[in-house]
Ligand binder design. Sequence first.
Ligand SMILES: Cc1ncc(COP(=O)(O)O)c(C=O)c1O
Length: 389
Amino acid sequence: MDQDLPELPAILGGKPLCPNGPPGWPYPDPAIQEALAEAYRAGRWGRYHGEKIEELQARLGTLHGRGIVELCSSGTAAVELALRGLKAGAGDEVILAGYDFKGNFQNVLIVGAVPVLVDVHPGNWNLDAARMDAALGPKTRGILVSHLHGGVAPMPAITAFAEAHALWVLEDAAQMPGARVYGRRAGTWGHVGVLSFGGSKLLCAGRGGALLTDDEAVSARIRIHVRRGSHAYPLSELQAAVLLPQLGALDAANARRSERVAWLGRRLASQSGLRLFENPPSDSKPGYYKVGFQYDPACFEGLPREAFSEAMRVEGVALDPGLRGLHRVHAPSRYRKADELLNASEADRRVLTLHHPVLLGTEAEMESFPAALAKIRAHAGRIRERMKC
Ligand SMILES: Cc1ncc(COP(=O)(O)O)c(C=O)c1O
């Protein structure tokens, strides 16, 4: 009977599709090599601050149409500083999605405020604007919203709600630098937008982050933490030097990643069990730091998500379980919730994310995804038995 099935999956002893594993990141890039060499030649590489920092601030400002750009040490630090700049503090409540980056929840706590969790949209598992009303209370001061896994948050509805209730909006575009969200660059809808330049990110400096705003008073409160080289938060001149060439290539790289995700969508359309995060029709071009899928174990003979992702990884495909639902990993005393967070619980159990480097890889590397999926689907029952799950 086995002759009729696709080749044996690597997890059952077959040959892995990508024996060298998924592509690494960042890719070799002569422009970055030259930026590093130039920083060395010019004796600039050891500086706290210099012309590359200023150039990066100016270029990010132009790209986003924002007047003020502050650079800092990480996306996590950027969110914390943004909250401080917006004067979020003790006694305040901040609305965020029940499925989000854990550091965002923790940052709300760090500044002394209380996270109020709202559910996510069933189709794209990003914040559901229709749920915000139930979260509103006398202490609500703002909304912290991320764009996750290729799903865009509904920023027109979020900003309209914020305006109606005199709230600020902090837009976390760490996963989508340069993306277009309902016609605007990601990170430009909120009072403050943040980017991440972490080692695995689409714009990569090992670590780093940025805050985008037009609000001089907010910026003044952030600036005191990021402008002195000896402080904990600044970005260095060398980091700025390696980011500059990436900025020029960002739109083309984002377009290429989007084409690859569209291709993947077409390849998976006839299959069941793995659905891309959906975005409602809009003038959006999402970015893909991770490509998010909704996994349905029933389509894989009940193979649990963790076992499925393990089997994909053994084939050399970088597919991992997503984030945790914030209400699933924090004590109820740390937050308030607006509703039962049923979709966020689904997301906690069923998100899978494909790591982005393969989207700029070879066609053969891309083909490995549907090929691995076919192998695993055909042998899902045996994988379950082997993994005792
Ligand atoms: C949505 C989101 N926000 C913030 C961050 C934090 O960025 P960093 O890793 O630079 O601290 C991340 C990192 O993955 C993220 O995904």
